[in-house]
Design a protein around this ligand. Structure first.
Ligand code: AMP
Length: 418
């Protein structure tokens, strides 16, 4: 016996109703980004593995545990993209976009791949809407992106949102702070969870993410990076806060905000929705002033965000819209000659811009009328060897009509002329 074939664990099929919801979200994103001067980019679904190990960071969960990495037939190590920022920065360098007027503003809607424990709202293939602005360290760019994401989430009906905001300073401050935190964690090692203890040297910041009670108690008294920022970074953060206050964006300064990617500097932020369960992150991002250089480009500041399409739809409790009815259903009675005339009428109707369908499943005439009803057809043409009838389903009237006049008659009835 063969097992039934199913979509791989952590993946899903997008069926037509869901496609509609996704298309509306995409349209909302496009409108918002167009108006703000962001151009759309699409990078390959797979990249050289090194892009992510260098860009995202060797010590991150993503690189350590979650990448779909494979060798192709030419012996290259490739990885299905787990995130969008490193690929966009790679494209920025590859196409010499640093020569364009700054900031270069880009957005994407693409699928990403992470080998994570699959659960509600967490998938192994998921979609993100993301935006990146490269070439400026002005806090107004950070503010613009945060406002854009807030607007997108609001317009898509995402409920019970909270914005967490922090600053991670620069690499030197972070290195000093990291040592201070490691020393603190070592002093309290007995109370820490096994996992946090094993990662003190590799990734001490992740200790702030722990759900383990005693670890959380230790972390409540831990030194905070936000209190160690150098004056430039502190000023950058203060200016961003003023801009967000003026824009009327509510946020909570959260010194424990840790993002799972190594490239962040200065600003980090995350929107959470209480309408979601354990996976409450809807979208987040931050500044990555060293990433482009790390990938071989000129020193270039950058800031961006990514928001999960599935989480936005879940947090908005988005309901599929009712399918719109069609303008014309073409039924026929009789043999192939009627079928061929129906097909010709179908093409003519669509050419004229009508939403039109014809009988394609060999139903009886009665079955065809029932099907027209299911499709919520406003008009039904019935082609038969002895003549054509046009029914107006709303007005419940019917007329004998010249076959060639059906399309014009429907156009006139719905208030459109050819
Ligand atoms: P990240 O790239 O990890 O900062 O994630 C940004 C956003 O992408 C999150 O807030 C989620 O909305 C979404 N996301 C990340 N990982 C997943 C996943 N495995 N499944 C579904 N959505 C995800």
């Amino acid at each position: 016996m063969t097992d039934k074939l199913r979509a791989p664990r952590g993946t899903f099929d997008v069926l037509p109703e869901q496609s509609e919801l996704r298309a509306s979200l995409e349209a909302a994103a496009r409108e918002l980004f167009d108006a703000a001067g962001y151009g759309r980019v699409e990078t390959p679904a797979f990249e050289a593995t090194e892009l992510f190990s260098r860009g995202v960071g060797e010590a991150t969960d993503i690189v350590q545990k979650e990448m779909y990495t494979f060798e192709d037939a030419g012996g290259r190590s490739l990885t299905l993209r787990p995130e969008g920022t490193a690929p966009v920065c790679r494209a920025y360098v590859e196409h010499g976009m640093h020569r364009l007027p700054a900031p270069v503003k880009l957005w994407y809607l693409s699928s990403f791949f992470r080998y994570e424990r699959a659960q509600a709202g967490r998938y192994r293939q998921f979609w993100q809407i993301g935006a990146e602005a490269l070439g400026s360290d002005d806090p107004a760019v950070d503010a613009e992106l945060i406002v854009l994401l807030a607007t997108l989430l609001e317009r898509s009906g995402t409920r019970e949102l909270r914005l967490h905001l922090s600053s991670l300073g620069n690499p030197a401050t972070r290195a000093g702070y990291r040592e201070e935190l490691q020393a603190y964690l070592h002093r309290h090692e007995q109370a820490l969870s096994e996992e946090v203890r094993s990662r003190i040297d590799l990734n001490p910041l992740r200790a702030f993410d722990s759900d383990h009670g005693p670890t959380r108690e230790v972390m409540a008294g831990a030194p905070r990076l936000l209190d160690r920022l150098d004056p430039d970074d502190a000023a950058h953060f203060a200016e961003l806060r003023v801009l967000l206050d003026r824009a009327g964006v509510d946020y909570e300064v959260d010194a424990t905000l840790v993002r799972g990617l190594d490239y962040y500097t200065r600003t980090v932020f995350e929107f959470e929705s209480a309408a979601l369960g354990a996976q409450s992150g809807v979208g987040g991002g931050g500044r990555y002033d060293g990433l482009v250089e790390e990938l071989g480009g000129p020193p270039t500041p950058g800031v961006g965000f990514a928001a999960g399409v599935e989480r936005i739809l879940l947090a908005a409790d988005a309901q599929p819209p009712a399918a719109p009815g069609i303008d014309l259903f073409i039924a026929f009675d009789g043999g192939p000659a009627s079928r061929d005339a129906a097909f010709a009428m179908l093409l003519q109707a669509r050419q004229a811009g009508l939403r039109a369908e014809m009988e394609l499943a060999g139903r009886s005439l009665k079955g065809q009328l029932k099907h027209a009803d299911r499709l919520d057809a406003q008009h039904v043409a019935i082609l038969a060897p002895d003549g054509t009838t046009l029914k107006d389903m709303r007005a419940a009237t019917q007329t004998e009509i010249d076959t060639a006049a059906v399309v014009d008659s429907v156009l006139a009835a719905i208030g459109r002329q050819q």
